[in-house]
Design a protein around this ligand. Structure first.
Ligand code: ZN
Ligand code: ZN
Ligand code: FE
Length: 758
């Protein structure tokens, strides 16, 4: 027997801190009668293990992980025996480079939830109950290794009971860093908008629920920031909230107390329910039930509703007490980042919220709720934030470290380190100073937590984005500009661990093109090292540039003017507008840049066919046009053509626009027009892919860009392309919109460095 006695040092990496990993190792060692130590180090979790049959231990270590743990590397070596007598958990030490990862914030687990409502439990109704399987993580961390001293919990001294749990390896709260109880942990309080406390700890939840029932608007401090909450069934209050928040029509998310309540609001399938109850607890955009009692102003002009289920203990207490669904929207003014600090919230939200439900556990890193939707057979993110970040996206290969700063709208930044990419949470539209501040915070926090010193900063080709300017002004590292749609292509390749080259069908609203025009309906061929533009939607004029983006009717007039060469047919939508100035701008080419944008094509068709004339939020016209199509109907596509000029393919828009106009003129319904239009666009893009395949022999197609949040387009293109034998790659972990850009920029940047540019 003694022959087999051995000691090994095992170092593992991945998400192994803050997920109950050390107690798991401890219990495993005890089960197999082994001795040694386990400790968190900044190089990973280090285990020294001594005894007989260590292979069995290693196998269990890899295969029976705690639910939230993820192993990304595993190194083992035999070392000299030291004849320990027991297994112990060592102190954390900072050693050299940091390589373990912080877990995302986790929804309260079933065990904690049971205790929360158990009158005999010492944490009965305690709003901060958590354990190694649940609770705050990324949002409360200031650095690693993940220990209480480096979290917002450092100012709370544990009481004897909590400490005993914390130190007992058999306990579910063993080394649960946010551990606390009513005696020693964070507390809630309720204040008016003047900051004065109006209820003590015991009555807070009941008072808050009462204020909500009376139509009050409540700011609630959550995991990644403040929410604004109100009764989702009270139309008057919802309207007031929209008015105060300056948010006109963009749908508001609703929080349900539990799955039962969510099911009464939306028709949910198994995947959607799974997402709702997952530890990430995102907002799931699903089919709204007609009779769900939700006020019309919550999600006007759409048949979908964004719903989530309570994910913190405080939400559970509040929702249970309130007894119905609550609007839960980011605590901010429209377009600004979510508030995290109590004083900041009081200052910035005073004009919106009547009351503030706050607590004294600080949030270090803000993060909005994530948003997902089931499209093309699986749950896909529309916004990747709380609950997912900072989980890495594994990528192929290794190389220099790169920081990519993304684009402008729905922005993220991304750090690339070894074979992993770390996209930040959704940072919003980097157009105003507040959002730009959040952008800088995001970069700082990512670098801090991962201790990454990049060799290169990558930014978008657009010279005027604040992210581009930041890259140019940081003044330390070399910078590289990457074309927007190339970044989309590379992002989707990288996420799918495909090195390319591939055909990219990249469809979105806009991105700065290499020729200085606005691109957005692109047929590219490329990989991480470069790309060629094989084609694009036939360029059309955009009268007034950005002004047209907000007013789809302008785009419609311009496209019609082009399509009919000035001889416009009379269509109903024209009655409400002054067409002259727009037509003059187009004809004289005044401030009417050409664009191949797919988003603008949707806008034009939407406005022509009686849809949105002006929009209240990005993508609104296109979303409503898509929803108008419904799911039925077998109407044929319009006739289409692809023009080839100087080796560039142009899926033709003029013929398409003319046929849409004919249908509109003859009173065909928008539902039918929408279906024919979607079908035509799909056939035309597949036709373009076929031409590119003939030329290049490539049969892998990448689909990326914000237009692929349109499930009809996504599902239609996947179906048609796969039917013709293509290997189709789409996003699964990142949004197809501009939230994915930073990953693409990062892998392109690394490739650039590796190709002799260092
Ligand atoms: Zn728990
Ligand atoms: Zn305690
Ligand atoms: Fe884009």
């Amino acid at each position: 027997m003694a022959d087999n006695l051995q000691r090994r040092r095992i170092v593992v990496n991945g998400i192994v801190q803050g997920v109950g990993f050390r107690p798991f190792v401890y219990n495993l060692a005890r089960r197999y009668g082994l001795v040694g130590t386990v400790s968190n180090t900044s190089a990973g979790v280090e285990i020294e293990i001594e005894g007989i049959d260590l292979d069995r231990f290693e196998n269990s270590l890899k295969n029976d992980l705690p639910p939230q743990a993820v192993l990304s590397s595993f190194a083992t070596e035999v070392i000299p025996l030291r004849n320990y007598t027991e297994f112990s958990i060592g102190l954390s030490r900072g050693v050299g480079r940091v390589s373990t990862q912080i877990a995302p914030d986790l929804a309260v687990c079933p065990d904690c939830l049971r205790e929360l409502f158990d009158p005999d439990d010492r944490r009965y109704l305690y709003p901060f109950i958590n354990c190694t399987n649940c609770g705050p993580r990324y949002s409360i961390v200031t650095g690693i290794p993940y220990d209480r001293e480096k979290t917002a919990m450092r100012r709370f001294e544990m009481c004897d009971d909590c400490r005993a749990e914390y130190e007992d390896p058999a306990d579910r709260r063993f080394h649960a860093q946010p551990n606390g109880c009513p005696e020693c942990g964070p507390r809630i309080s309720l204040c008016g908008s003047d900051g004065r406390e109006i209820a003590g700890a015991e009555q807070v939840v009941a008072r808050a629920a009462g204020l909500l029932r009376d139509g009050g608007i409540l700011a609630v401090k959550g995991l990644g920031g403040f929410h604004l909450a109100c009764d989702a069934r009270n139309e008057e209050t919802v309207r007031l909230l929209r008015h105060r928040k300056n948010r006109e029509e963009k749908p508001l998310a609703v929080m349900a107390a539990d799955l039962e309540m969510a099911r009464r609001l939306c028709r949910l399938d198994r995947d959607e329910e799974g997402a709702l109850l997952s530890p990430a607890a995102p907002i799931v955009v699903a089919a709204a039930r007609g009779d769900n009692g939700i006020a019309p102003s919550v999600a006007p002009f759409t048949d979908k509703l964004g719903v989530m289920v309570s994910y913190t203990p405080l939400h559970h207490l509040l929702l249970r007490e309130f007894g119905g669904p609550l609007v839960m929207t980011s605590g901010n003014l429209s377009e600004e980042p979510i508030c995290i600090d109590n004083r900041e919230a009081l200052a910035r939200l005073a004009g919106i919220a009547d009351y503030f439900l706050v607590h004294d556990r600080d949030i270090y890193m803000r993060g909005d709720d994530s948003v997902v939707m089931k499209m093309a057979g699986r749950i896909r993110p529309l916004r990747r934030s709380r609950g997912y970040v900072p989980r890495p996206i594994p990528v192929n290969g290794d190389g220099p470290r790169v920081l990519a700063v993304g684009g402008e709208l729905k922005n993220t930044v991304c750090l690339l380190k070894e074979n992993q990419a770390f996209p930040s949470q959704h940072l919003g539209d980097i157009k105003n100073l507040e959002a730009f501040g959040f952008f800088k915070e995001g970069i700082h926090h990512l670098q801090e937590i991962f201790e990454v010193e990049p060799e290169l900063v990558v930014h978008d080709l657009h010279p005027d984005y604040l992210s581009t300017r930041w890259a140019g002004e940081q003044g330390i590292l070399p910078v590289l500009a990457v074309q927007h749609h190339h970044a989309h292509l590379a992002s989707c390749l990288a996420e799918n661990r495909h090195d390319g080259p591939a055909i990219g069908i990249i469809l979105d609203g806009s991105g700065y093109g290499q020729d200085g025009t606005v691109w957005g309906g692109e047929i590219l061929v490329g990989d991480f090292s470069g790309f060629t533009r094989y084609g694009c939607l036939e360029p059309m004029p955009l009268p007034g540039g950005d002004a047209a983006v907000k007013a789809p009717w302008r785009t419609a007039v311009a496209y019609l003017d082009m399509a009919f060469e000035g001889n416009l047919p009379e269509l109903p939508f024209m009655a409400d507008h002054d067409l002259g100035p727009i037509r003059e701008m187009v004809r004289k080419n005044i401030n009417s840049p050409l664009t191949s944008s797919c988003g603008r094509l949707f806008d034009a068709v939407a406005a022509m066919s009686g849809g949105r004339q002006t929009i209240a939020y990005e993508g609104q016209a296109a979303i409503e046009l898509m929803e108008a199509a419904g799911r039925g109907g077998k109407e044929p596509a319009y006739r289409w053509d692809i023009i080839s000029i100087d080796d560039i393919l142009y899926p033709g828009l003029r013929a398409l626009i003319r046929q849409v106009a004919e249908d509109v003129a003859s009173g065909i319904s928008q539902a039918i027009i929408s279906r024919r239009f979607h079908r035509t666009l799909i056939e035309m893009l597949v036709g373009a892919a076929e031409r590119v395949r003939e030329q290049t022999g490539l049969d892998t197609v990448v689909l990326s860009g914000g237009s692929f949040n349109n499930y009809l387009l996504l599902e239609g293109l996947i179906g048609h392309l796969e039917g013709k034998g293509y290997n189709v790659l789409v996003h699964r972990q990142l949004p197809a919109g501009d939230g994915c850009l930073s990953l693409g920029q990062a892998v392109i940047g690394r490739s650039w460095l590796l190709n002799n540019h260092r």
